[in-house]
Design a protein around this ligand. Structure first.
Ligand SMILES: [Zn+2]
Length: 181
C-alpha cells in the first residue's frame, strides 16, 4: 500500500513538472531529461493540455540549445543573462546542483520546479525578455558545469555578472562600465 502511494505521488509530481515545462514551450527531449517520462506520455500530456487551453502552442523540435556564446552575443543579451542568472541564483537552482540528478528523481523534480519559478520571475520582471525557457535550462547547465561561463561579482558595485570561464578577471557590470559604445 505504502509503495503504491509513493509511486503514485512520484508519477503525479512528474506530470506536474512536465506540464509546467510544456507551458514554457520546452522540447520533449528537455521534459524527458528532467521528468523521466516517456515520449509517449509527454505527447499524451501535451494533447490533453492543448484540449484544456484550446489554442495551438508552438512545438520546438530538434536539439536543445548548445552554444554558450549565445549569452554573450550582444550587450542586450549579456544584460538579460545577468538578470536571468540572478533569479536562478536567488531561487537556489545553481548551488543545489553539482552532480546531475537522475531523470525524474525527487532531486531533479525539485530543482526543475525551482528552475520554472526562477524563469517565471525573470519573465515577469521583463515583459520584453529575450531568453527562452530552453535557453534558461541550458544556461543553468552551463553555469553548473562552470566550464564555459561562471558567476562573478562586479568589483565596483558587487552586482552579479556572468563571465567567460577563461577570462582572467571579472569585468565591471554594465551599469558600472557605462553606456555601451
Ligand atoms: Zn557594477
Amino acid at each position: 500500500m505504502r509503495i503504491s502511494d509513493d509511486r503514485y505521488h512520484g508519477e503525479r509530481e512528474r506530470m506536474v513538472l512536465a506540464l509546467r515545462f510544456l507551458r514554457h514551450e520546452a522540447r520533449t527531449q528537455t521534459i524527458r531529461t528532467w521528468t523521466g517520462l516517456s515520449d509517449d506520455r509527454i505527447r499524451k500530456l501535451y494533447r490533453s493540455y492543448l484540449g484544456a487551453v484550446r489554442r495551438e502552442l508552438p512545438r520546438h523540435r530538434g536539439k536543445s540549445p548548445q552554444q554558450a556564446a549565445y549569452f554573450t552575443r550582444s550587450v542586450r543579451l549579456q544584460e538579460e543573462t545577468a538578470a536571468l542568472t540572478t533569479t536562478l541564483w536567488l531561487a537556489g537552482v545553481l548551488p543545489a546542483a553539482g552532480v546531475p540528478e537522475a531523470a525524474g528523481s525527487p532531486a531533479a523534480l525539485a530543482r526543475g520546479a525551482l528552475l520554472c519559478t526562477a524563469f517565471e520571475a525573470y519573465r515577469l520582471a521583463r515583459p520584453e525578455a529575450l531568453i527562452s525557457f530552453e535557453h534558461a535550462v541550458f544556461l543553468a547547465a552551463v553555469l553548473t558545469r562552470g566550464d564555459q561561463l561562471r558567476i562573478g561579482w562586479c568589483g565596483r558595485c558587487g552586482g552579479l555578472t556572468v563571465a567567460e570561464t577563461c577570462a582572467l578577471r571579472v569585468r565591471p557590470c554594465q551599469h558600472c562600465s557605462g553606456p555601451a559604445t
